[in-house]
Design a protein around this ligand. Structure first.
Ligand code: NDP
Ligand code: NHF
Length: 361
């Protein structure tokens, strides 16, 4: 049996304080573009952070009507209308992938800060244009890889950086789910014109971003994709093996054909390992390590970390506001978003060619 944890496996208080996530300065006035599922997470995140969501845009009248009633704010048919009629300081881009670039470019040209959902966009050229537009306008551009703002992920990254597991040798990343038992996939994701890709882009971009967050730059990718569970035009299962510039190896595993919801990461090092998955209930980050050479696997020491609320979506909003109000470093920049897209696009090319490919920069 493993020895007792040094740190309580129970629950640490959240590092961002009580139920209301305090942010500095006057309430930020925000508009949301796209009013579907993730938009509601942004809406709630801004509310918890004391910001004011003052308007939203969605091209479909029934969605607008529903959200106007629910959120009690005006809905506009386009980002142009929203920007023309309402004074906002920032925009959350929550539309399908194909429309991220257009909304971001318009918001930047209007001088608004932007939190753009992932993947930043569907091509490197578009990502580059979005980054340059934000730079020209002097506004914050944050990519919505919310896992960087998850307290367990943040703790894992801090442990890796502190040398707690020695030299990283292997990183395995997985995000998979099952579309709630539906016979097909929502149009924002299953139609290639809206999404640009399947689970490897949708879920994989988070994992490729975490690969960089934990392990630094990726040098080579060898991927496979397939469409096995749904009648759709994009892949619903994917697997990519990675070679990092450091020499470490890794894998990114994604599926829309899993049972339930699964998200986990495993990072192995020369002196210990980190493991985190929701598969066994509430997530706990396990840091396992040898106190002395020759300790066998069943006698490892371990430290367990968990948080009452891991954050993620709520903390990414707080990070966004702090970058705007205090000039805090952007937790996931446009460049980070572009690098995740670069890795996914390399992975698609590798899957198509059936061979490993070096990542071109
Ligand atoms: N970080 C994360 O954890 C998550 C990120 N996402 C990302 O968020 C984005 C949206 O996903 P999600 O909310 O789940 O998808 P939904 O399909 O639930 O919502 C998308 C919304 O955007 C609307 N829409 C369609 N075209 C446009 C347009 N041109 N301009 C503005 N709005 C438009 C849709 O209209 P209607 O449905 O009314 O036709 C819908 O209301 C995607 O890029 C996705 O990758 C999604 C989930 C989680
Ligand atoms: O984190 C996520 C969970 O799954 C969603 C649907 O596949 C993704 O879009 C999202 O980024």
């Amino acid at each position: 049996m493993p020895r007792k944890s040094k740190v309580s496996p129970k629950s640490e208080p959240n590092t961002y304080g009580g139920p209301r996530l305090e942010t500095p300065g006057a309430p930020l006035r925000v508009g949301i573009v796209g009013a579907g599922g993730i938009a509601n997470q942004h809406y709630r995140g801004y509310q918890a952070a004391g910001a004011e969501v003052v308007a939203f845009a969605d091209p479909y009248a029934p969605t607008r009507k529903r959200r106007e009633q629910e959120w009690g704010i005006p809905g506009y048919a386009s980002v142009d209308d929203l920007l023309e009629h309402v004074a906002v300081e920032a925009i959350s881009v929550c539309s399908p992938n194909a429309f991220h670039a257009e909304a971001t470019l318009k918001a930047a040209q209007a001088g608004k800060h932007i939190l753009c959902e992932k993947p930043l966009s569907m091509s490197l050229e578009q990502c580059q244009a979005m980054i340059q537009a934000a730079q020209r306008a002097g506004v914050v551009l944050q990519t919505g890889h919310h896992l960087r703002s998850n307290l367990l992920v943040e703790r894992a990254r801090d442990l890796i950086r502190s040398g707690a597991i020695g030299r990283v040798t292997f990183i395995r990343l997985r995000q998979a789910h099952d579309w709630g038992g539906n016979k097909t996939v929502a149009p924002s994701f299953g139609l290639k014109a809206n999404s640009g890709g399947g689970t490897m882009l949708d879920n994989g971009c988070h994992m490729f971003d975490l690969a960089r967050f934990f392990g630094g730059e990726v040098a080579n990718v060898f991927a496979r994709i397939a469409t096995l569970g749904f009648p759709i035009e994009v892949e619903d299962v994917s697997l990519a093996s990675l070679e990092f510039a450091s020499g470490a190896l890794g894998s990114v595993e994604n599926a829309w054909t899993a049972t339930g919801w699964e998200e986990g990461f495993w990072v192995y090092g020369t002196e210990g390992a980190l493991e985190c998955t929701n598969r066994l209930g509430k997530r706990v980050l396990r840091h396992a390590y040898r106190r002395s050479l020759g300790t066998t696997w069943d006698k490892l020491d371990e430290t367990l970390y968990s948080f009452a609320d891991e954050g993620g979506h709520s903390r990414e909003i707080v990070h966004f506001i702090r970058s705007i109000r205090e000039g805090a470093p952007v937790v996931c920049t446009g460049e980070d978003g572009m690098e995740a897209v670069r890795l996914v696009l390399t992975a698609y090319e590798s899957a198509q060619q059936g061979r490993p490919l070096a990542v071109r920069r």
